[in-house]
Design a protein around this ligand. Sequence first.
Ligand code: ZN
Length: 182
Amino acid sequence: MNRRRMLHAFKAEVGEYEDAAALPAETDPQLYLSRNRQPQPFHLICSKDNVLSLMSGSARVHLRDSSVNRFKMDVGDHVYIPAGTPHRIVPVSEGLMLRFQPAEAGLQGAAWYCDGCDSELRRYEWEHDAGTPAVRYYSAACARFSADEAARTCGKCGAVAAPVDLAAYSWPPAEAPAPSVL
Ligand SMILES: [Zn+2]
């Protein structure tokens, strides 16, 4: 991507955790853009290695099942996310986040963990589809988690996680049919 085009992408209106594909469909790896203000409302799990790169603002990235579980990101910092590692972005200030991911990204998942005892509450998975914006899957997974109190109830300690306030993220409304997440 040349610099002028990259600058154009930085000014683009992208939403929180939208992971909007920024390069032509055949480009590998693909580059995804999000402009984040609030904590990511789930942990994302990607079956291939990802690299996050912060272009503005500052953020923390929380990883699970990893030797280093917390990264602080400032402008220009990169964080390598090994395949299969649940990770969640928690902005310190609003910023533009780039995600590099192989074009054939394979299985993706959204997961939630108990605030009380840290057990996994629920995980929904789907197959990456370059023709469907990632945010539609995120939105469907969050809606499903929110609607299912049993999914939000910890099997170990009984704590009940709050539903995700989807309105706060200004994501496009779930079109019918929403993509399937299992
Ligand atoms: Zn628990």
